[in-house]
Each structure stands twice: as structure tokens, then as C-alpha cells.
Design a protein. Structure first.
Length: 466
């Protein structure tokens, strides 16, 4: 029988014995198998499961949300995603033979269309009822921007495929990538709501992994609207203020704005560097499937991005995968990948000591728990701002740099906060618009906000969507 160890006294030294971690992780948020709260929530959304470039002539064996699957493209070019084990006797369909229409199991030739319909059972008599009474479990699949997406949830709740503005930005080349992590999905995803780690991990604690500007301590602002959540970071560079506006969405979607900032040049609503989903294979491994956006607008004149380094387990930002670095290099200059993996196979929330730098992470966990609990309680999910049935989903992710010199009548931290909120308000106010009209409206509001915030009086926040 375990003996309870009393907690250490406040401020006690050499307290290791009394502060040992207990491996009781938060199963509601971290477990993703069939029937689990988070697993069922994830199954209500389209999820990327592979890069198109990784699917060759042979079936690809995958584990997604704890399910063994195979993905293939049949002879007529259609994608199929099925339970790995043949419904006949369970042989793995990664050994199957891809045919013009669907796939055949190698063991007895059972033949399945991409939707799981049994087309033939050639080892059975001609009039065998098995053709009509059996089916191979299959899931709907869609392909866009070099990624293959699947919907693993109940057919009656299948949402429209999210039609993101991010995939339709003019003058932008999209390059898909994947980053495998041998740990739970949540600690990978919630890194997106932890903007302060960039100051330390990516800048002050080792080398400058992105640009020096990231080492400046920002004023942060967090918020949420329905199933979407965002943060803004505002940093001062001389007379300029750089505001970075990033977003995540229930359950595992996120975007990050352009990377290569120096705060030196005015920018209005510069868009996205990466759009990504953190997709669990099981409870202790996941892959970020994403799309890197290359445009002159986002990469800037210095051209620090490198599309040749974007692909399978590779991104053109330091420390995003295990590839190409020794343990010693990771210890000397750790990046996101090793920092996140080092938390353990499943991060133990109950052993954390969270502070104000963790507000985004805490809010993200709270939002995910609310959605998972509501779904378990039988509530309809919604509103789904990311799953608009018609029209294009306007995402917010962007960088803005405005010329707003420090003011004698307002503490600079407060001014930075107001600039952040003004940028948020300008972007959110244009959600009903699309294309160039949206960009023009945001630019006009940003210019007006810069003008007002330079004046010696305070601007009231006016978030039009609450
Ligand atoms: Fe990071």
C-alpha cells in the first residue's frame, strides 16, 4: 500500500522527496481513442492525415486517433481510407492490391470500393450473401493544398470542409509539411497559445532562432469567440509597435503569422506563415500536418524562408523536428521540438506551477474541456466558425507594424495594450467582408487607429464581436 507523503513546507530546500511527480495526467484532454471525450471531439472535425507527397503506389499504413487505418489512391485516382484490418479475417490491407476500382485484400481477394462497399468475395460461392451483408469500415477523404484530410466521426454530423481564406491568398505558394512528435498531442498544440516561450526559448536562452525582435518582452492579450481563440503580442521598436495576431481553433487547428519580423518597417495585416493541425496518432504520438505559405509579402525582402527545407519532418525554422541535430546540439540550443518532447510522453498538468505567462494555455485547456464535456453531455457542437457551410472562413492571423511613438501622457505598456486591441478590433470588424474589400477595410481601420493612438488621449476598445 502507498504511503501518503506530506507536501513540503513553503520555501523548503532539498524538497525532491516531497515534490516527486505523480503520473496522473488529464485523461479528458489528452486521451484520443474511440469513445474518449477528446477523441470524439476530434472526430467531429476534418483532420489532415497525410501529405499527398507521402502517398505513393502502395497503401500507406496509418494510426490516427488510436485507429489502425490504411490510405491509398486507387487506379482511377480516388482516395480510400479504411480500417487496416480486412473485415473478412483481419489481414492488413497495407498488403492489399490496389486495383482500378478500390483495393483487394491479399489473403482471399476480398474486393472493396473506396467507400467500403464489398464488390466481390472471390473465394466464396457466386451467390454468397457476404457481398451484401459485410462492409469494410471506411471514411470520407478530401485533398487540398498538398494535404489529405479525413472525417472520422459519425456520418450524420459530418461538417462542411472548412473553406479557409488561408488557402486562397493571392500570390502565395503553399508547401505542405509534417512534423512528427513522440508525445501527446496537447502539449504540442498548446505551444501555439504560449507566446512568451518565444522570448526565452527562441531568443534569450540560446541563439536567435528566428529574429532578434522575438526577444523583446511583449504585452499580451488573449481572447476567444466561440470555437476560436487568439492572442496578440505587442512589442515596441523605437517609434514602431509590432502586433502579432495568432489564432487556434477547437480542437487542434492553429495558424502562425509571418516569422521574419524586425519591427523596423510599417506593415498592415501581413498574413500567414503556416496553417497547421496537430493530429494525434495515439495518446503518446502525434504529427503536425501543415502548410507553409510563401509569398513576397510574408517572406519579406531578406528572403529568410527556404521552401526547399519544407516537407516531411522538416520546416525552415530552427528546432521544429528531430532531424539533423545531435543530442548535444539540442541541449546547447533547444528548439520547440525537444522542449515539447522533454515534457514527457504525456505532460502532467497537476504537477505544473502555472503563472501569468500561461494564461493562453490555461484558457485553451478550459475551452477544449468545455467542448469535450458538452459533446459528452449530448449537446450539439457550435457555433462552428471554422466550418462555415458557405463562403470563405476569414482567418485573423497577421502581423501589423504601426508607427506610434511613445507618449508622455500614457504609460507605454498601456499604450501597447491599446495598440494590440485596436489591431484586433480592426481585423475582427471586417469578418463579414471577403477578398480585397476585406483587406481594404482592415487597412483603413489600422491607419485610423494609428492616427488616433498617436494623439494624446486614449482610444476606447470597441471590439464589435464582443
Ligand atoms: Fe516556439
Amino acid at each position: 500500500m502507498h504511503q501518503a507523503v506530506p507536501p513540503p513546507q513553503r520555501g523548503a530546500t532539498y524538497s525532491g522527496y516531497r515534490t516527486r511527480r505523480t503520473p496522473d495526467h488529464d485523461t479528458t484532454l489528452t486521451h484520443v481513442g474511440p469513445g474518449t471525450p477528446m477523441g470524439e471531439l476530434m472526430r467531429r472535425y476534418w483532420q489532415p492525415i497525410a501529405r499527398s507527397a507521402d502517398l505513393g503506389k502502395r497503401p500507406l499504413r496509418l494510426t490516427i486517433l488510436g485507429e489502425d487505418l490504411v490510405l491509398f489512391r486507387d487506379g482511377s485516382g480516388r482516395l480510400g481510407l479504411m480500417h487496416r484490418h480486412c473485415t473478412h479475417r483481419g489481414a492488413g490491407l497495407e498488403l492489399g492490391r490496389i486495383v482500378e476500382r478500390g483495393i483487394q485484400c491479399s489473403l482471399h481477394g476480398w474486393w472493396f470500393d473506396v467507400d467500403g462497399t464489398v464488390l466481390d468475395t472471390p473465394a466464396e460461392p457466386k451467390n454468397s450473401p457476404l457481398v451484401k451483408t459485410t462492409t469494410q469500415g471506411a471514411y470520407p477523404v478530401q485533398e487540398t493544398a498538398g494535404l489529405i484530410f479525413a472525417y472520422l466521426g459519425p456520418p450524420e454530423h459530418q461538417p462542411a470542409f472548412p473553406n479557409l481564406d488561408a488557402f486562397q491568398l493571392p500570390g502565395t505558394e503553399l508547401v505542405s509539411y509534417s512534423l512528427h512528435y513522440p508525445c501527446n498531442w496537447l502539449q504540442v498544440h498548446e505551444n501555439l497559445m504560449d507566446p512568451l516561450h518565444a522570448v526565452f526559448l527562441h531568443t534569450r536562452m540560446g541563439s536567435t532562432q528566428i529574429t532578434d525582435a522575438w526577444g523583446e518582452m511583449p504585452i499580451t492579450e488573449y481572447g476567444e469567440l466561440g470555437d476560436r481563440m487568439y492572442y496578440l503580442t505587442s512589442r515596441r521598436f523605437g517609434d514602431n509597435v509590432w502586433v502579432r495576431f495568432n489564432e487556434v481553433s477547437v480542437p487542434n487547428f492553429g495558424q502562425v503569422a509571418g516569422f521574419w519580423q524586425d519591427g523596423a518597417h510599417e506593415l498592415l495585416f501581413q498574413r500567414i506563415a503556416a496553417t497547421r493541425w496537430t493530429v494525434p496518432h495515439d495518446d503518446t504520438s502525434c504529427t503536425i500536418f501543415g502548410v507553409r505559405h510563401f509569398s513576397e509579402d510574408v517572406e519579406g525582402p531578406k528572403g529568410l524562408g527556404d521552401r526547399n527545407r519544407v516537407g516531411r519532418d522538416s520546416l525552415d525554422v530552427y528546432g521544429q523536428s528531430h532531424g539533423g541535430r545531435t543530442l548535444e546540439q539540442m541541449q546547447d540550443d533547444p528548439g520547440d521540438w525537444e522542449a515539447i518532447v522533454s515534457m514527457g510522453s504525456v505532460a502532467v498538468h497537476s504537477a505544473e506551477h502555472r503563472g501569468t505567462s500561461d494564461v493562453g494555455v490555461v484558457r485553451l485547456r478550459r475551452q477544449l474541456r468545455r467542448y469535450a464535456d458538452e459533446l459528452q453531455a449530448g449537446a450539439a457542437l457550435g457555433p462552428h466558425r471554422m466550418a462555415a457551410a458557405d463562403g470563405i472562413v476569414p482567418t485573423w492571423t497577421s502581423n501589423t507594424v504601426l508607427r506610434i511613438p511613445p507618449r508622455s501622457d500614457c504609460p507605454d505598456d498601456e499604450l501597447l495594450r491599446q495598440v494590440g486591441r485596436a489591431v484586433r478590433d480592426a481585423v475582427l470588424a471586417a469578418d463579414e467582408l471577403a477578398g480585397q474589400a476585406r483587406i481594404d477595410a482592415i487597412h483603413a481601420r489600422l491607419r485610423a487607429a494609428a492616427h488616433e493612438l498617436c494623439a494624446p488621449r486614449t482610444l476606447k476598445s470597441e471590439n464589435p464581436l464582443g
